[in-house]
Design a protein around this ligand. Structure first.
Ligand code: HAM
Length: 422
């Protein structure tokens, strides 16, 4: 019996890997342009870290974490997101002492035991970004602009929705208003919302049921309950976005699935992925570092789901970024085969991407192999030509063929090839 992989855990096959590499390279290049540096944090953390940050009454903590006891009986969790581990590392390593504002990013797998479906996996990957140490609304606009630029440079479109969730000073008045509203519509909402209205009332606004959403059109808006400083902050974020030409809309119903957010929250939404429409999301979490025992520094960040970005990239039909081979060496005859093998190491040493056939295939099949590997050039070596120290170099795009002179010294020949074809 063959052993299959776990449900919701996906292999990323060689055909797809070049897209992943392209995405990662683009993301790194853009993050570096905005002054971010990479941090690598562990996949396993103490369970408490996520319970205390994401919140006890969230879906992630209530039902989605991969939590287990290790051999010493400690409760360990496979990270469901990247913000809490980065903040833990920031505090533990005293990164705040090195620079007042830290701009950090991390790229890697996250784990949530959700029901797998299109665009929703149990192991998925995030490009995750955090700025620690700045209160400025300009920073909020800037991180959103950075996500926007990344989408732009990889050729994807999304809409940016923003909201403010207020702060511990003003949110209670909104919660009270929401609670009174929810008391009045208990019979008309789903079981989940009824339960949530007791444990985490803000989350009801995120319910997917059309029926519940109909009820909530009359719900109070958080934006009517913001205190003066939160209102000013939100106004400046909107001004900042407008100033740098980032289009957005305000969605006062956006509450997010993690409890640590304060003030600005945002989501990047696409219409091209079915139900899993959020390709990225984030927001401010001003009290979180302190709550975890660190200094009183504000923070903001976002994460983008890499699988969702890759799916969108795959929907573009003109996209072909599979790697190209520089040269495929086609050989006919024993002497040519040996000469070819001798050359290969030197050609690679000269920096060229080169392959040849070791299975004794016909010339036609070797040409096909060259094509399959997207070789830019083919070097055709035959025993007769070899005796005359000649070979044929074919440009696969134009079909043009030229004769080339072989050298006894393979290293010298490799250098000539490199300057001819690169
Ligand atoms: P999040 O909204 O939970 O936020 O996740 C961010 C993104 O990760 C989502 O918009 C989605 O693209 C992707 N994602 C989430 N769950 C899955 C899944 N099961 N399968 C595939 N993709 C998924 C956070 O994780 C926050 N830590 C973001 C943040 C950073 N906030 C501040 N800093």
């Amino acid at each position: 019996m063959t052993i299959k992989g776990l449900k919701g855990f996906k292999d990323i096959l060689p055909d797809e890997v070049s897209l992943w590499q392209m995405l990662e390279q683009k993301a790194r290049s853009i993050f570096h342009r905005y002054g971010f540096t990479e941090i690598k944090v562990p996949i396993l953390e103490k369970t408490e870290l996520f319970v205390r940050t994401i919140g006890e009454n969230t879906d992630i903590v209530e039902k989605e974490m991969y939590t287990f006891e290790d051999r010493n009986g400690a409760s360990i969790t496979m990270r469901p997101e990247g913000t809490a581990p980065v903040i833990r590392a920031y505090i533990e390593n005293g990164l705040n002492v090195r620079s007042v504002v830290q701009r950090l990013y991390t790229i890697g797998p996250m784990f949530r035991h959700e029901r797998p479906q299109k665009g929703r996996l149990r192991q998925f990957h995030q490009l995750s970004v955090e700025v620690l140490g700045s209160n400025s609304p300009k920073i909020d606009a800037e991180v959103m602009a950075m996500a926007w630029l990344l989408l732009q440079e990889i050729g994807l479109m999304a809409s940016l929705e923003i909201n403010s969730l207020g702060c511990p000073k003003c949110r209670p008045s909104f919660k009270d208003a929401l609670n009174s509203f929810l008391e009045g519509c208990q019979e008309h909402i789903c079981d989940d919302c009824r339960r949530r209205s007791k444990t985490n009332p803000l989350r009801v606004l995120d319910c997917k049921s059309d029926n519940c959403q109909k009820q909530y059109t009359a719900a109070p808006s958080i934006l009517d309950h913001l205190c003066k400083p939160c209102e000013e902050h939100f106004d400046e974020v909107k001004q900042g976005l407008a100033q740098i030409d980032i289009p957005f809309s305000v969605n006062s119903f956006m509450v997010r699935g993690l409890d640590y957010y304060t003030r600005t929250t945002f989501e990047l939404i696409t219409g091209d992925l079915g139900a899993q429409s959020a390709i990225g999301a984030g927001g401010r979490y001003d009290g979180l570092v302190r709550q975890l025992g660190g200094p009183d520094v504000p923070g903001i960040g976002f994460a983008m789901g890499m699988e969702r970005l890759i799916m969108l990239l795959q929907q573009q039909d003109d996209l072909d970024i599979r790697p190209q081979l520089d040269l495929f060496v086609v050989t006919m005859g024993e002497a040519a085969y040996e000469k070819g093998f001798g050359m290969l190491q030197k050609l690679r040493g000269a920096g060229l991407k080169v392959l040849m056939d070791y299975e004794g295939r016909s010339m036609k099949k070797q040409m096909k192999q060259a094509d399959k590997n997207r070789a830019r050039y083919v070097l055709i070596l035959g025993d007769d030509e070899l005796a005359k120290k000649e070979a044929i170099l074919k440009n696969m795009a134009s079909g043009e063929q030229v004769g080339v002179t072989l050298a006894d010294d393979n290293e010298e020949f490799a250098e000539t090839m490199r300057s001819t074809i690169s």
